[in-house]
Design a protein around this ligand. Structure first.
Ligand code: BES
Ligand code: MN
Ligand code: ZN
Length: 518
């Protein structure tokens, strides 16, 4: 996507200098400052405002602006300032009852700032708070990430700009003025990699299914080669020879060839033996899910172009890891298929033999994701002996019933991995909620004709789907994230206005950064 923002860091002491000096003719420059509860502002902010501090005070009283997060004060042609516009953005959060005040979420704050200044040509943000913990280097880098995530826009296929979109073509040049710009720049490298990764994931999810069919998706994954990622694309012939028949069965009604893409980032070069074992991320990549012979109703079927959000996340994550040269060996593996009704499509009642050797009775061809993943799980586990496997999949509508769009469902055979994912979720805001697994759920998959059927019953649909996947995992620590509620079509937020959210890139990058590097 075309980036509509350019962001750099400058020193606080330079922030008071308007683009063309005091009293210059309209230069379009905007000054943004931050204010906490009751208009609390940092010392540096007050100095930059100078005489205009009085103006802010008066305007705030008139507008009943109290510095609360989500509110802003917009002052045009502020007297005494060499900017054309002064915006005060509130940062104060109402403290949750009985909870200690939470650390400010600077990524969201950056997103909220972008929400206010989108379309402004030149902006200086005085990024300083009274309670600033340090030189605000990390915080400013987080804000930069939030600004970029909020600015993301998918308009590739719009040939006309709509009326209220007259700002759309403006490229915003934003300076974040911070106490220690050098520290911010250092911290920004990691966030740049994340912003790119999330952007890639979002765009893959937003792309239409006639453009992003499996081979086209694989081509996008190949672009990771530029960053030093080894990318291997397996086509139907190779997959057939290897025996990924469950995956192939899903794609057999489609005119597009099914693909499996394996991405390898070898960032832990010095690691030897057991330590060198990779971590593995797997994604469901159903480029379009019509349901197949068990065809879906027409309403909202177009949303099923996003049924590859798991695979999109894996590509975005691998991009982020490689781009920031993460000291980890990581495998990304995605199963890319299209699920279509056809004379050659698989039928309910079919029995397929998976790569693991286990046979599966097909019940409902709309439960295709688990068939794709079961073979990819087995393949990765067997071939790469990973430290752990995390799979992401828009697997069940039932997870939306259970958790809505707030949390992704987490299913795991390992408490440590679960705990780490839960913590990374709290830290990044990409939250996961652990759901149960157990033998009584597993029983629901017993089949009269084959080793198992691939759909349980009416109840606990997300759990029986996970239970099915677990039949293809041996002792490898494994976690399954059901992202049907979070990967696409989730409500807009401070940092995301896009249909495809890019959910999971920041979560899993954090998991790696916190536990599996160095
Ligand atoms: N891709 C869908 C799940 C889905 C639903 C994702 C809504 C995003 C939003 C999946 O392949 C599917 O169709 N699952 C079925 C399973 C059922 C047939 C057992 C479902 O959830 O209804
Ligand atoms: Mn389906
Ligand atoms: Zn699906």
């Amino acid at each position: 996507m075309a980036e509509t923002v350019q962001i750099d860091f400058t020193a606080l002491k330079d922030a008071g200098t308007a683009p063309k000096g005091r009293g210059a003719k309209s230069s379009g420059g905007t000054l943004v400052v931050l204010a906490g509860a009751d208009l609390a502002m940092s010392e540096a902010t007050r100095i930059i405002l100078g005489e205009a501090a009085d103006l802010v005070q008066r305007a705030a009283t008139t507008a009943k602006f109290k510095g609360m997060s989500g509110s802003a004060l917009d002052i045009l042609a502020p007297a005494g300032l060499a900017f054309d516009r002064l915006m005060v953005i509130g940062t104060a959060k109402k403290p949750a009852k009985d909870a200690p005040p939470a650390e400010p979420d600077y990524v969201s704050l950056g997103g909220a700032i972008m929400g206010r200044i989108g379309g402004f040509a030149r902006v200086t943000v005085v990024f300083d708070l009274p309670e600033s913990p340090d030189a605000m280097g990390e915080a400013a880098a987080d804000a930069m990430l939030g600004l970029r995530l909020r600015a993301y826009k998918f308009d590739l296929y719009k040939t006309k700009k709509s009326d209220d979109d007259d700002k759309a073509d403006v490229k915003s040049v934003i300076s974040l003025a911070v106490a220690d710009p050098a520290a911010a720049k250092r911290a920004a490298r990691h966030r740049d990699a994340l912003a790119e990764g999330v952007t890639i994931a979002r765009t893959l999810v937003n792309e239409p299914p006639n453009v992003l069919f499996p081979a086209a998706f694989a081509d996008r994954a190949k672009e990771l080669q530029k960053l030093g990622v080894e990318v291997e694309v397996l086509g139907e012939k190779e997959l057939g020879k290897l025996g990924l028949r469950a995956l192939l069965a899903v794609g057999q009604g489609s005119d597009f060839e099914s693909k499996v893409v394996i991405m390898r980032w070898n960032g832990a070069k010095a690691a030897k033996g057991d330590k060198a074992r990779p971590v593995a991320f797997l994604g469901k990549g159903v480029c379009f899910d019509s349901g197949g012979i068990s065809i879906k109703p027409a309403g909202s079927m177009e949303d099923m172009k996003g049924d590859m959000a798991g695979a999109a996340c894996v590509v975005g994550l691998m991009h982020a890891l490689a781009s920031r040269k993460a000291k980890v060996n990581a495998i990304g593996a995605i199963g890319l298929v299209e699920n279509m009704p056809d004379g050659k499509a698989q039928r309910p009642g079919d029995i397929v033999k998976s790569l693991s050797g286990q046979t599966i009775e097909i019940i409902n061809t709309d439960a295709e994701g688990r068939l794709v993943l079961c073979d990819v799980l087995w393949y990765v586990q067997d071939k790469y002996k990973p430290k752990f496997m995390v799979d992401l999949a828009t697997l069940t509508g039932a997870i939306l019933v259970a958790l809505g769009t707030e949390y992704a469902g987490l299913f795991s055979n390992n408490d440590e991995l679960s705990g780490r994912l839960t913590k990374a979720g709290e830290d990044t805001g990409e939250k996961v909620w652990r759901m149960p697994l157990g033998p009584n759920y597993d029983k629901l998959l017993e089949s009269r004709f084959a080793d198992m059927k691939h759909v349980g019953g009416r109840h606990a649909g997300s759990i029986t789907a996970a239970q099915f996947l677990q039949r293809f995992v041996n002792n490898t620590p494994w976690a399954h994230l059901d992202i049907a509620g979070t990967g696409m079509s989730s409500p807009a937020s401070d940092i995301n206005q896009s249909w495809g959210s890019g959910w999971g890139v920041r979560l899993l990058d954090r998991l790696v950064a916190d536990h599996y590097e160095g």
